[in-house]
Design a protein around this ligand. Structure first.
Ligand code: SF4
Length: 370
């Protein structure tokens, strides 16, 4: 099974930490853009005719900012061009303040069965600090529209002046409003974003403080009955995101739209980040791909290790042998020895211990160097 990703790069305004491909002043191009996305899908349908897709993820940007009829046509286009299973998980990212009862009803009629809402914080001053346009009340209103639906809330840690009790308050706010899934990510101040200046001025929490915020959030989510299935993702049992699990299992995926990336048959390719260039390619019947790289066996192995060790289920050495024909425990015995105290190894199963999962990067790097 494989996944489909579609990037909708329009937003109402630019958040101060955002370095995603999103254009706050180009909403007027939405109609032409979506027509190009449907066209791009048709370019790929022959080559992917033998693939079975189990997930469709509509991300951005803010997909909920465009007219819902375009989303309806997008789902129809995905179904027309590809084998998208009847029971596919179809997710749309939405921002509080951009949806109405009619919009949500329309999404559901189109087959959308999972929603991902950008909450980030339930404290208005923190939302304002990072340039979000919504308030905590907007989120509560949006959650009321999603009552009974399967929805995720994004929670951000590492905000200016954020305390452990703020993270707990935000999680409580989201879960009480009905979220069955929480993605808890640390703010990463990228060079070139306005918030980078705060980082340089030392106004943001440092690494140890962020780790403490994460621990507080994780502990609270556990108390609420959520399981952690990946370092940043928590849910009620059975509510895991199938689309993201496919990434972490190194499954194949195809991306459409500006900046979308794909990995098919061990070739990773990425579309142009430039909106004009994207239009030009589609109008002239060219694929908008700007980089393409074949992943060799060593690369595949490292990706498999890196992605598997991010998850709570960890790495399955039996699966590794099936895929690559070699013994993971033997091949990486030096690295395993070096980081043994951070791992739980039981037969073919290798996991990072619960308490070290947040710092998995520094552990995983040993496998790259071994
Ligand atoms: S809503 Fe998301 S994509 Fe849009 S500017 Fe904010 S962070 Fe970026």
């Amino acid at each position: 099974m494989a996944g489909i990703y579609v990037h909708i790069p329009f937003c109402k305004s630019k958040c101060s930490y955002c370095d995603f491909t999103s254009f706050p002043d180009k909403l007027c191009y939405a109609e032409s853009y979506m027509a190009c996305v449907y066209r791009e899908m048709s370019f790929r349908c022959k080559e992917l005719k033998d693939y079975n897709f189990d997930t469709l993820y509509i991300g951005g940007g803010t997909p909920s900012v465009i007219d819902e009829s375009y989303i309806g046509m997008l789902v129809a286009s995905a179904r027309k061009n590809f084998n998208l299973s009847k029971s596919a998980e179809i997710t749309i990212e939405i921002n509080p303040g951009t949806v109405t009862r009619d919009k949500i009803d329309f999404y559901k009629k189109c087959g959308i069965n999972r929603f991902s809402v950008g909450l980030q914080s339930a404290i208005d001053s923190q939302l304002e600090d990072i340039g979000r346009i919504h308030t905590a009340k907007d989120f509560a209103d949006c959650a009321a529209l999603l009552k009974g639906e399967n929805f995720n809330a994004d929670v951000m840690i590492g905000l200016k002046g954020q305390k452990a009790e703020d993270v707990i308050y935000t999680i409580d706010f989201a879960v009480k409003a009905g979220a069955s899934h929480i993605s808890m990510y640390a703010l990463t101040p990228e060079d070139g974003t306005p918030i980078y200046t705060d980082y340089l001025n030392g106004e943001l929490p440092d690494g140890d403080e962020v780790a403490a915020l994460y621990d507080a959030g994780y502990k609270h989510l556990k108390e609420l009955g959520f399981i952690r299935y990946e370092v940043s993702n928590f849910c009620r049992r059975g509510k895991e995101s199938r689309h993201n699990l496919n990434y972490w299992h190194r499954g194949e995926y195809i991306g459409f739209g500006v900046s979308a990336s794909s990995c098919i048959n061990n070739v990773r390719f990425t579309n142009t980040f430039d909106l004009d260039e994207y239009f030009k390619c589609i109008f002239t019947e060219h694929l908008p791909v700007i980089t393409s790289e074949e992943i060799d066996k060593e690369g595949q192995k490292f990706e498999f290790i890196m992605l598997a060790l991010r998850t709570a289920e960890g790495l399955d050495a039996f699966e590794y042998k099936k895929l690559f024909g070699s013994d993971f425990l033997e091949e990486h015995k030096n690295a395993l020895k070096k980081v043994a105290r951070y791992l739980d190894i039981d037969g073919d199963s290798v996991k990072i211990k619960d308490e070290y999962l947040f710092v998995q990067n520094s552990i995983i790097i040993e496998f790259l160097e071994s």
